[in-house]
Design a protein around this ligand. Structure first.
Ligand code: ADP
Ligand code: ADP
Length: 230
């Protein structure tokens, strides 16, 4: 079965003469455990697609399934709970809480859900992200790369079915960009997390298993670069 399935998604912003059509009857299917990139020029609808897949932005028409559940059929409250458990989001701008240290930031979403993170799981997350020594540091004492790794650990903490990342390396230098890609690859192979990453950087997209190339609200090309033996 599919990790993510989207069928004939249409999404328009605004109305009348000023309406902008961001997605034009777009469909896609992502296998469980795939690491896919969504590539394309600015304004082609990449972020909109990611938000629709993430349950944040309801499409005008079309259907979306994540891990077999139809997202926009759920009631709002049910969808938020589902999103917190099964969909990890990572953005270009990193929204860490400045007064909480690394491990507190990582644990917070689960804590709010009434599910404290176990010490063992926290250790695993710190190890996989290379943040063990920084566990008690406040965000203001971290480099940009370390901050983004903290945000990814937080997204990965509930062991979600999918992680959706929107230009996650957009503000980072090349060394940190490589570290983030390595981290996604580890989460993908060790925990079989499905990852979809939006980027406009072709070189980054080529490191993924599959590249969906978008233009003007549509997926124009779909290239499988690596067969998954998972
Ligand atoms: P990309 O991520 O590929 O840069 P977006 O999904 O952000 O593209 O945007 C697709 C189109 O939708 C663009 O024309 C953009 O201007 C428009 N758009 C995106 N978000 C909004 C919004 N909240 N209100 C109005 N127009 C929007
Ligand atoms: P930074 O270079 O981000 O300021 P560090 O000194 O903590 O921070 O890390 C040096 C480099 O080590 C990072 O840029 C990154 O490339 C790498 N690194 C070490 N362990 C990991 C890991 N588990 N995940 C990602 N990157 C790691």
């Amino acid at each position: 079965s599919w990790s993510i399935e989207a069928e004939q998604i249409r999404k328009t912003y605004g109305s009348g003469n000023t309406a902008v059509c961001a997605l034009r009857e777009t469909s896609l299917r992502i296998k469980r455990g795939q690491f896919a990139a969504i590539l394309g020029p600015s304004g082609c609808g990449k972020s909109t697609l990611l938000h629709v897949l993430g349950g944040i932005d309801e499409p005008d028409s079309g259907r979306v399934w994540v891990d077999g559940r139809e997202l926009y059929r759920m009631k709002k409250g049910e969808r938020s709970i589902f999103r917190r458990r099964q969909i990890g989001m990572v953005y270009q701008s990193i929204y860490l809480l400045p007064s909480l240290n690394v491990e507190e930031n990582i644990a917070l979403p689960l804590l709010l859900d009434g599910k404290p993170l176990s010490a063992q799981r926290l250790q695993e997350l710190l190890a996989v992200t290379g943040l063990t020594k920084k566990r008690e540091a406040l965000p203001c004492h971290l480099s940009g790369g370390q901050q983004q790794r903290t945000a990814i650990a937080r997204a990965a903490a509930p062991s979600p079915a999918v992680i959706l990342a929107d230009e996650p390396t957009g503000n980072l230098d090349s060394r940190n960009r490589d570290a983030i890609m390595g981290l996604f690859r580890r989460l993908n192979t060790r925990q079989h997390t499905t990852i979809i990453m939006v980027t406009h950087d072709e070189a980054l997209a080529k490191q993924c298993d599959r590249v969906l190339y978008m233009e003007d609200g549509r997926i124009l090309r779909d290239t499988l670069l690596r067969k998954e033996e998972k």
